[in-house]
Write a protein that binds this ligand. Structure first.
Ligand code: A3P
Length: 301
């Protein structure tokens, strides 16, 4: 990445490395330019006390968890009509968000400090899902190398650079979804202002191991306990295979963004540990070093 030295901002450097969406710096971090105006408006979004916020770093199982939350709220293992992007907090307009029926189940890739204060003041329910960073970066790379942004006039994939450079973009926090380490650090160590908030913390890998138990935990946290039979039915309806089928064949496709091969590429493999098929030993060691420095923990998977 030596050719990047002359460029001034990380956003410019990321675009020069092959990210083909407009990036800007917001509060010192790289973000997609598309959310700049919405972020300002978000601060004044009228919050409802029964809103539910699903918070994830991109590629951490957001679609999966969002569908589970919808089923818990309706008490039935039936798919929501729309794709989860219908309720994407930082991408939808204020009007679109206000049209959603209560309880609204938003999903967002924002950090806690970027959410409207009212989310915390009104003690809205907040569900946070974390996924191991190496599987996240593989999933992100696969996504960005295949997806063409719906309204893009470029006709290019979101990312057209190399896998090796993509690892650095991720480690540097220069991807459009925001910085992984700050995101994970802030959600794992809520600031003094939010530390008394009760949030439901989930780990993608635990959901893979025992989804029924994690569905139960979410339902109890939301104050909407259901029967064991319903927990099992929700877990089954949201298995990788069933949810992929539902998103491709059953759901209304309005909010499904465009992929090269016409598939719903959001449902790629749905496994844990795929990173071992992608990282070289040198890449993995480079990754571990930054991971340990930034999160003060050893990479656990
Ligand atoms: P992979 O690319 O590793 O397959 P998000 O919804 O946050 O964009 O996350 C997408 C990742 O979650 C993808 O990971 C996708 O396959 C995986 N995923 C989606 N539904 C899943 C499910 N029901 N069970 C397990 N993983 C799932």
């Amino acid at each position: 990445m030596d050719y990047l030295v002359k460029m001034s901002t990380p956003a410019e450097k990321a675009m020069a490395t092959g990210i083909n969406v407009d990036l800007v710096m917001i509060d010192g971090f790289v973000q997609s330019a598309m959310i700049m105006d919405n972020l300002k408006r978000l601060k004044d979004l009228p919050i409802r006390g029964d809103d539910i916020y699903l918070c994830t770093y991109p590629k951490s199982g957001t679609h999966w968890t969002w569908e589970i939350l919808n089923m818990i709220v309706t008490g039935k293992a039936e798919y929501a009509k729309h794709w989860q992007n219908s309720a994407w907090l930082e991408y939808r307009t204020k009007e679109e968000l206000e049209e959603l029926a209560s309880p609204r189940i938003f999903h967002t890739h924002l950090r806690p400090s970027q959410l409207p204060d009212a989310v915390w003041n009104q003690r809205c329910k907040v569900v946070y899902v974390r996924r191991n960073a190496k599987d996240c970066v593989v999933s992100f790379f696969s996504h960005f190398s295949k997806q063409i942004w719906k309204d893009s006039t470029l006709g290019k994939h979101i990312y057209t650079g190399s896998w090796d450079d993509f690892i650095d973009l991720f480690l540097n926090g220069w991807l459009p979804g925001g910085p992984y380490f700050e995101h994970t650090f802030e959600w794992t160590n809520l600031s003094e202002a939010h530390k008394d908030s009760e949030i439901c913390r989930l780990q993608y890998e635990d959901m893979k191991k025992d989804c029924v138990n994690e569905v139960r935990r979410m339902a109890e946290y939301l104050g909407r306990p259901l029967s064991d039979h319903t927990y099992q039915a929700i877990s089954d309806a949201c298995s990788f295979k069933n949810l992929k089928h539902a998103n491709e064949k059953i759901k209304d496709q309005t909010y499904h963004v465009h992929w090269q091969d016409g598939s719903s590429g959001y449902f790629r493999k749905g496994t844990t540990g795929d990173w071992k098929n992608w990282f070289t030993v040198a890449q993995s060691e480079r990754f571990d070093k930054v991971y340990e420095e930034r999160l003060k923990e050893t990479f656990p998977y």
